[in-house]
Design a protein around this ligand. Structure first.
Ligand SMILES: NC(=O)c1ccc[n+]([C@@H]2O[C@H](COP(=O)([O-])OP(=O)(O)OC[C@H]3O[C@@H](n4cnc5c(N)ncnc54)[C@H](O)[C@@H]3O)[C@@H](O)[C@H]2O)c1
Length: 410
């Protein structure tokens, strides 16, 4: 059985789906591993490192592969070269990739989307959304510290005392908590806000002050946040304004599954910030938490420099690749039986993450978008097995609805 590692084709992508130190985890299970030349070069892994780890390095890595792994989905032209029955495993944002999903279906390729791995305890080691959010959160805090023209920590010297910087973090999920912890370690005074009730305790547990607003909390299904009403959004902005005006650095990481990132901070709020202040918007690519933020750019609003995140995990490609590769290896291991890549489609992690298989789209929300509503069953017809499997445990990805967490009763 052969696993191929793709060289990423997305503009600006620096990560790689498998790092040399994990090649042995796959060869030990009986796989041969073939890597496209220079696949890891932007993450500081040379072809020689893969060769020494026991992989083959060849432009024709996909030929005869049973599974192709990548960070971003393959391009359609690559999918069309795959033999029917080949599997692919990568991030696959289904809503933004409808043509590609149709191509995967038509090519008879079995595709697994890392965003769709159910966020249950058993799948934590395969949760690439979390591993990449952790990298992003860290990077956001470092960017803020680097852009701010003052110390993060308190400094007491013979020449006098320099007070610490004040950092406000909005959104305290995986990325936000990591941003808080990193800013704290650098010595800043950190305050943070999140709409979920559970977040206040999590914020305090990483050493920050939880900003508590006189507003209802917004718990959605599966441990995620719900969307705000317009009225609540306006009220939240009013109540957060003084905290933002007092901050030296503002970091925003808020997201709501299936929606554009919520707008939390208007340009008028940023204009109230002090000269030299810094705003880091991790959500800039998905709509932006901060009005005026632009992905991949630094713009000036009032006195503040506003940094918009664009493919942020790729900015720390070595740790991001290492963590992602570990997620991939763990998922491949789950799908390996008797030394062969043989996913058990009765397993909720396998079926939950599968988008296409055997010429059909198994991810029901995507199938319905591409193919339309399933035909009404003919009441007179004999019951027959449906080619489309509806996943009972998880119905969508972050861009397509809710993902269930263990313990979610809905
Ligand atoms: N296996 C598991 O059980 C598992 C895995 C990963 C994450 N989680 C938990 O799920 C939760 C969310 O995870 P995520 O980081 O992927 O979420 P996410 O990326 O969807 O959202 C980031 C954060 O933004 C917050 N947010 C949304 N709207 C907001 C608003 N208007 N104002 C302020 N904040 C707002 C959300 O509450 C969330 O904490 C966290 O509690 C996390 O610990 C559980």
């Amino acid at each position: 059985m052969k696993i191929a590692v793709a060289r990423e084709t997305r503009q600006g992508e620096s990560r790689v789906a498998l790092v040399p130190e994990l090649v042995g985890k796959l060869t030990a299970q009986g796989y041969t591993v073939a890597v496209q030349p220079e696949a890891g070069v932007n993450a500081q892994y040379a072809d020689q490192d893969y060769l020494e780890a026991g992989a083959e390095v060849t432009e024709d890595a996909f030929d005869g592969a049973d599974l192709v792994v990548s960070v971003n989905p393959l391009d359609s032209y690559q999918v069309r070269t795959l033999a029917p029955g080949t599997s692919v495993m990568s991030f696959l944002p289904t809503r933004q990739s409808l043509d590609l999903v149709a191509d995967l279906r038509d090519a008879g390729v079995t595709s697994f989307a890392m965003e769709l791995v159910p966020r249950i305890s058993r799948a934590q080691s395969m949760d690439a959304l979390s591993s990449q959010a952790l990298v992003s959160g860290y990077r956001c805090a470092i960017v803020a510290a680097g852009m701010l023209r003052r110390f993060f920590p308190l400094n007491m010297t013979a020449a006098g005392t320099v007070p610490p910087a004040e950092v406000v973090v909005l959104g305290a999920g995986v990325a936000g908590l990591q941003a808080i912890a990193t800013a704290k370690r650098l010595g800043a005074v950190v305050k943070a806000y999140d709409v979920r009730a559970a977040a206040a305790e999590e914020i305090r547990s990483v050493g920050a002050q939880a900003i508590e607003l006189e507003l209802e909390t917004l718990e959605g299904s599966g441990g995620y946040a719900r969307e705000m009403t317009e009225d609540r959004a306006r009220r939240q902005m009013e109540l957060l304004t003084p905290y933002i005006a007092a901050a030296d650095a503002l970091i925003t990481t808020a997201a709501v599954p299936g929606r554009q990132a919520p707008l939390l901070v208007t340009a008028a709020m940023v204009e109230q910030m002090k000269p030299g202040s810094v705003v880091v918007d991790l959500a800039a690519e998905s709509g932006g938490n901060v009005e005026g933020a632009s992905p991949g750019e630094v713009v000036r609003i009032g006195h503040a420099q506003v940094w918009g995140g664009a493919n942020v995990p790729s900015q720390l490609p070595q740790p991001a690749s290492k963590l992602y590769a570990q997620n991939i290896v763990n998922l491949v291991t789950l799908m390996t039986r008797d030394g062969a890549f043989d996913p058990d489609f009765e397993d909720e992690i396998v079926i939950g993450s599968c988008v296409t298989r055997g010429g059909a789209i198994l991810h029901e929300p995507t199938r319905e978008t591409i193919e339309g509503p399933a035909p009404e069953p003919d009441p007179l017809a004999e019951p027959a097995a449906s080619p489309v499997v509806e996943d009972p445990t998880q119905t969508s990805d972050r861009t397509g609805g809710s993902t269930r967490f263990e313990g979610d009763s809905q």
